[in-house]
Ligand binder design. Structure first.
Ligand SMILES: [Zn+2]
Length: 302
């Protein structure tokens, strides 16, 4: 600002009153336009990140479904079963998803593919998963085939780069199944959908998030320690995945800064609870890493 005064004075000499008046108007505009623009941004639908909040934001929809918004405003959905039974506003939340850039699917079970096809058709989001999964979703579920390619699908061990490097997603192992069923002529027909995976999502100058997908604990999780995970999203429901005790073992191996429980309570058989998980972490002196997370809660991540 101080540098603008000499510029105005130089351009509009003392002896020209009209010019001096114009100079004042010009000066006022210089000061006001940014303020007006900021006010407009704040009241529009522009994500708060674009308006100056540089943090990455993570929102939980229940079960294994999350939304991640990057500092530049890119929107990633993970296992987007937005209309899961735990989410009482699921239909509205689904309708509200108007801008989505990437949809990540960990495996073919319907509680993870969820609402992906509908969202993809509406938003033109690209599919991030393993090549095998992508092909079967396109062939049998109607996922738009032109919304994935070598830019967005890979396989375990590979890292995919998006948005000029702002987001890097490494596909990692999960120990689980990956079939899905489609109603064909009134009967449930099963299809294989590649191998299940998890995701390590690294945001440039920001957090690294590990979504386990559905999995048991496995010793190779210790290899993720070197990826310096900020927040691990760990399934704890038991029955189909690791329960609280084994999820605590997984935390001991992967050594994330924080861990939030997911994939519990959606169905009666998913009996693991956050309290049991916290107790299991405490027994391993890992309780300080526990991150509580409520449905619809948004975490600001550094
Ligand atoms: Zn599953």
């Amino acid at each position: 600002m101080p540098r603008r005064e000499p510029f105005i004075a130089d351009s509009f000499p003392e002896e020209a009153p009209l010019k001096r008046h114009l100079a004042r108007v010009f000066t006022v505009l210089l000061f006001c336009i940014p303020a007006l623009a900021a006010a407009q941004n704040a009241s529009s639908s522009v994500p708060p990140q674009v308006a100056g909040n540089p943090k990455t934001q993570l929102t939980w929809y229940g079960h294994a479904a999350f939304k991640l918004v990057t500092p530049s405003g890119k929107v990633l959905l993970i296992d987007p079963w937005i209309t899961n039974p735990l989410n009482v506003t699921g239909k509205q939340d689904l309708a509200d998803l108007k801008k989505v850039d990437l949809i990540l699917i960990s495996h073919g079970h319907s509680d993870h593919v969820g609402d992906a096809v509908e969202i993809a058709k509406r938003t033109k989001a690209r599919l991030v998963t393993s090549f095998d999964q992508a092909l079967t979703y396109a062939q049998h579920l109607g996922f738009p085939a032109d919304q994935f390619g070598l830019d967005s699908v890979g396989n375990v061990g590979g890292t995919l780069t998006f948005f000029d490097g702002e987001v890097k997603i490494t596909l990692v192992n999960a120990v689980h199944g990956s079939s899905f069923t489609v109603k064909e002529k009134g009967a449930d027909v099963p299809y294989a959908a590649g191998n299940p995976i998890g995701f390590v999502i690294a945001i440039k100058n920001g957090p690294t998030i590990y979504h386990t997908g559905d999995t048991d604990v496995f010793t190779d999780m210790q290899l993720l320690k070197s990826m310096k995970i900020t927040l691990m999203l760990a399934c704890i429901g038991d029955h189909f995945t690791m329960g609280p005790e084994r999820a605590a073992d997984a935390v001991a191996l992967a050594q994330p800064g924080k861990v939030a429980p997911m994939h519990y309570g959606t169905f009666p058989v998913l009996t693991g609870t956050p309290a049991q998980f916290a107790a299991a972490l405490k027994a391993k002196e890992l309780l300080s890493r526990y991150q509580s997370l409520q449905i619809h809660e948004t975490l600001d991540l550094d």
